[in-house]
Design a protein around this ligand. Structure first.
Ligand code: ASP
Length: 451
């Protein structure tokens, strides 16, 4: 059995939904289908989830959002009409949206999640209705029926462990199951969503709970590429990579899969295949636990911006028991998470996402606390950094990759703010100035892929 998840562009209009259904019906193992909300039909279009967010905001601000609601109904109605479904499904969707809009708005996050979830929920109802209309037995199953339980962090919820046992009930159905992605229910029976892009996570949870043979993630690209196709012309398509490699690449900006997707399937040992709804016969990219690799082989290069670095120096830091803990404790007390902490003998750098500092005053307060409470010689911060990473299992226990990477960067006259090889040894990370990040990716790609 397989779990197949289809992303927003695969459900953006009737034509796409027909392709999705052809894919489902072409393989009888595709029994559990997870769907996103209808996404963009073209570059200028708006995703249904964004229409719903606009609708919820308007309701919160003014107490009325009828135009915004109509825009959402219209998206679904156009699809239903083009699929030649009878009007009852549109009536059902309209009623559902109107009821959500009437929910209590006193807890903004809770209200927002109930609205956001309407995209996937109604998308699933629509796909099930279409399959039934063309003579195939399909059940829409809601996360509530199936017991997909979530923590109460609205907009950023996490699955509760008991869900995995509950979801086994999906085995009891015959026919095709259409399951909405992106949300579940809290123990208080409230809708809670994963972070944006979270239908990937729903699919992964179902695949792990049902311990299927494969989790197929259908999107709008043929494969995961060794570098971003917007930066590098015709990059190499990756045929196979490990969970760890994919996790590292998604962390640094490979947006094909949501960063949190791989944990459930990894724990259950279910392989993943990324495929293209618009080109389903190409094999795509497979993500597995182990793969054969050659020494020094780099699979991918990625970059992400929006980082800053706090430089802390204090003479004899290496002798001071507890210095690192005290430093990180200040960040903890201020509610700031950090990404990397490369260190020297008398200095340590803390790399963080700069968006966490809501104001310049918050940032200054933290710098002052570090300087004063830890008696540092110097504390400074550098903004607008990017992290560029090269990833590959083949980098483990080999020599020479760092030398090749740094000399390629040097040849491109890129100055490095930090080099870090994580303890996993499958990633090497460079901090560079944001404006040099694209050049860094291109020069590393040329070094490792243009032989
Ligand atoms: N529809 C949601 C979003 O746009 C979730 C998803 O598509 O995975 O973020």
């Amino acid at each position: 059995m397989k779990v197949a998840k289809f992303g927003g562009t695969s459900l953006a209009n009737a034509e796409q939904i027909k392709k999705v259904c052809d894919i489902i019906l072409s393989d009888s193992d595709r029994r559990v289908i997870v769907v996103s909300a209808p996404g963009k039909r073209d570059k200028q279009d708006t995703k249904v989830t964004d229409l719903l967010i606009a609708c919820a905001k308007k309701q919160l601000e003014t107490g009325s959002a009828s135009d915004e609601l109509e825009a959402v109904v219209k998206r679904f109605k156009d699809i239903a009409d083009d699929l030649k479904l009878d009007g009852s499904i549109v009536t059902e969707i309209r009623k559902d949206l109107e009821e959500r809009l009437k929910l209590d708005t006193s807890h903004e996050g809770m209200f927002m999640d109930a609205m956001k979830a309407a995209g996937e929920d109604n998308s699933a109802k629509l796909v099930a209705a279409y399959l039934n209309s063309i003579g195939h037995k399909a059940h829409y199953i809601s996360p509530k029926q199936a017991g997909l339980l979530m923590s109460s962090e609205f907009g950023n919820a996490q699955v509760l462990p008991e869900s995995y046992e509950n979801l086994k009930m999906l085995n009891d159905y015959d026919g095709i199951i259409i399951f909405p992605g992106f949300f579940g229910y809290t123990l208080e029976d409230k809708v809670a969503t994963f972070p944006r892009g979270g239908s990937d996570i729903s699919g992964s949870i179902l695949a792990a709970a049902l311990n299927v043979d494969l989790y197929e993630n259908f999107t709008d690209v043929d494969a995961v590429y060794a570098a971003h196709p917007g930066l590098v012309h015709n990059p190499v398509a990756i045929s196979e990579l490990t969970y760890r490699e994919m996790r590292e690449l998604s962390y640094a900006g490979f947006s094909v899969l949501h960063e949190d997707t791989l944990v459930p399937v990894f724990m259950a040992g279910v392989p993943v295949c990324i495929k293209n709804t618009n080109n389903p016969t190409v094999p795509g990219t497979k993500i597995v636990l182990k793969r054969d690799f050659t020494p020094n082989h780099v699979v991918g290069i990625a970059s992400d911006s929006g980082f800053c670095c706090i430089y802390v120096s204090k003479f004899m830091m290496n002798r001071e028991v507890g210095f690192g803990r005290k430093l990180l404790q200040i960040l903890e007390e201020e509610g700031i998470s950090y990404e990397h902490t490369p260190s020297g003998i008398d200095n340590i750098s803390v790399i963080l996402k700069q968006s966490q500092f809501k104001t310049a005053a918050v940032e200054q307060k933290i710098l002052d606390r570090i300087k004063n409470e830890l008696n540092c010689d110097d504390v400074s911060i550098e903004h607008n950094l990017a992290i560029v990473i090269i990833v590959g299992e083949g980098m483990k226990n080999t020599v020479g990759t760092a030398a090749r990477a740094t000399s390629a960067l040097a040849k491109a006259s890129i100055s490095l703010e930090m080099i870090n090889q994580g303890s996993s040894e499958i990633t090497m990370m460079f901090a560079v100035k944001e404006e040099e990040s694209n050049k860094a990716v291109i020069s590393l790609y040329n070094e490792f892929f243009h032989k």
